[in-house]
Design a protein around this ligand. Structure first.
Ligand code: CA
Length: 538
């Protein structure tokens, strides 16, 4: 992949010189990098004169393209010319026919055997070690809910816990209600229902919550607490009880049931939640940060509000950082099935074993069928903002998205909502929807999130720090108090992909240690958890 992600930054000396970026030597289009785009008559570094105005991030034809000719970016056809396109023209989405999705048969299976990258040793962060071996980057009390009905009560109680209790527990960072729209009015035994259920279960066990599970239930809902957290799946390991019992003893699930006869009036429910919360806050407050190796990071990478720079600046820098993390022995997840579907052959060839490749194909096939049921395909992914930002279609978007996975071998695959079991690079199958992908990566056990954006989004999560990376300097300047890293410096020519990748890696260790807060944490910008429910509602 490395030859496909090294942008060929072509600049000439004069002020406001035309700046174009071509991703691969075979490409017959390049994107315009200049803020504000370029006017007709502008002369490109190779001497070509623009025939049209080309907006920033949009493509210009570098040669005459005959009708039906492939338009190549990242070295692959991102579309076919619908008519003759002379050199110097703006190549926009209306001039392109999108290629069909590649079939899922006859794929290259585990064919690429990259040289093992040298181990990266000696990097550490300060984290909260949990009894199950996982490490938190924050110390948060999570209140799990079985059903949306209780959300208002839980939110009321959370506000009171913050106002009245939290100051007494200085080692606890926050209290969050795990509210969602699931739990009742759903076909709970339908195939696919296990996805939202296991997602919610595994989120409750996220390393940032320290194993302190408490549940608020209504009472009559379909998703009963013992179905959400069956005995054995949730093993709170209290060090004292382990010492006493001599084994991992399951604690009884701590449930506040609002319909319980004991509750007389609303305040009785709130008091009961607060009293239960207090027991967990006391135990969480006893947690202290300790020095742990960087291999304890579990990083989920994602993009949202993408533009043509995403795949040129921010995502390649994330890819470089992904390789650093894998070299340090950490866990990295990339996801967003519709945004990697068009690069399936790159992924299956990078699988460490045929079983890993087959698992990827299984997840892609499942998602193809899921989309087909709604009579759409992966092309339903792209947004008006993506197109305005220069991305003509999902093929072009996918080629820019997939580079977040770097170049390491892919050693593990997760179905939606599953919990990560192995270190290294994992394909965690999720929809590309920012909130659903983030929710599923939380369930997988993510303790740090990296999110790239070109159009700009204030995205954040309550449960883990989200490091946001701008693809363009213009966005980084305007959103100076929302973006944590500016990868636009790569397009400006003032930093390399490697430099920005290292900057991210070092920032991750600072943020994971609690020494730095991300902008989303600073402003407390939290998107809702959105459970992926492919099953019917009733
Ligand atoms: Ca996304």
């Amino acid at each position: 992949m490395s030859d496909a992600v090294m942008p060929d930054l072509a600049a000439v000396a004069p002020a406001r010189a035309a700046l174009t970026i071509r991703m691969h030597e075979r490409d017959n289009v390049a994107i315009v990098a200049n803020d504000g785009g370029l006017p007709p008559g502008a002369v490109l570094p190779n001497g070509l004169v623009l025939r049209d105005r080309v907006p920033q991030g949009h493509k210009v034809a570098l040669v005459d393209l005959a009708a039906h000719a492939p338009v190549l970016r990242y070295g692959i056809p991102i579309g076919y010319a619908l008519k003759d396109i002379p050199a110097g023209s703006w190549v926009h989405e209306r001039l392109l026919k999108m290629p069909d999705a590649r079939g899922l048969d006859n794929l290259p299976i585990a064919t690429v055997k990259p040289e093992p990258l040298p181990a990266l040793e000696g990097y550490t962060f300060e984290g909260f070690r949990n009894a199950d071996g996982s490490v938190g980057t924050r110390n948060i009390l999570a209140i799990t809910t079985t059903v949306q009905c209780v959300a208002g009560v839980v939110e009321f109680a959370v506000q009171r816990i913050k106002a009245e209790l939290l100051a007494r527990y200085p080692n606890v960072d926050d209290v969050v209600g795990l509210e969602h729209t699931y739990g009742c009015g759903v076909a709970i035994d339908a195939p696919g229902a296990e996805i939202p259920i296991r997602t919610l279960r595994n989120i409750s066990l996220n390393p940032n919550f320290g194993g302190e599970v408490m549940v608020v239930s209504l009472g009559c809902e379909k998703l009963q607490p013992e179905r959400l957290m069956p005995p054995g799946t949730f093993a709170i390991v209290d060090e004292r009880s382990v010492a006493d019992v001599g084994a991992t003893a399951d604690q009884a699930l701590d449930v506040v049931c609002l319909q319980d006869d004991a509750h007389i009036g609303f305040m009785s429910m709130v008091d009961s939640i607060m009293a239960t919360a207090q027991l967990h806050l006391e135990r969480l407050n006893a947690r202290v940060r300790e020095t742990v190796p960087a291999s304890e990071l579990v990083v989920g990478v994602q993009c949202g509000g993408s533009d043509a720079f995403s795949g040129v600046t921010a995502n390649p820098a994330v890819g470089f950082c992904t390789d650093l993390l894998v070299r340090a022995g950490a866990s990295v997840m990339f996801s967003e099935t519709t945004e990697v579907r068009d690069g399936i052959d790159q992924l299956t060839s990078r699988a460490t074993t045929p079983a890993v490749a087959e698992a990827m194909i299984r997840e892609m096939a499942w998602y193809d069928a899921y989309l087909q049921r709604g009579k759409v395909d992966r092309s339903a992914n792209t947004t008006p903002g993506n197109k305005k930002g220069g991305l003509s279609n999902i093929v072009e978007k996918a080629m820019g998205s997939i580079v977040k996975s770097g170049s390491a071998p892919i050693s593990n695959v997760l179905a939606p909502g599953e919990k990560l079991k192995a270190k290294g690079l994992t394909y965690a199958a999720t929809p590309a929807s920012d909130f659903i992908c983030g929710t599923l990566q939380l369930a997988a056990g993510m303790n740090l999130h990296v999110f790239t954006t070109g159009r700009g989004t204030p995205y954040g999560l309550a449960a883990v720090p989200v490091i946001k990376v701008a693809t363009r300097s213009d966005l980084a300047r305007r959103w100076h108090d929302l973006m944590d890293v500016n990868a636009g410096s790569i397009a400006d020519g003032s930093a390399s992909i490697e430099e920005v990748g290292w900057e991210m890696f070092r920032l991750m260790l600072e943020v994971a240690s609690g020494r730095k807060k991300t902008w989303a944490e600073h402003w407390k910008l939290h998107n809702a958890l959105v459970l992926f429910n492919p099953a019917p509602v009733t």
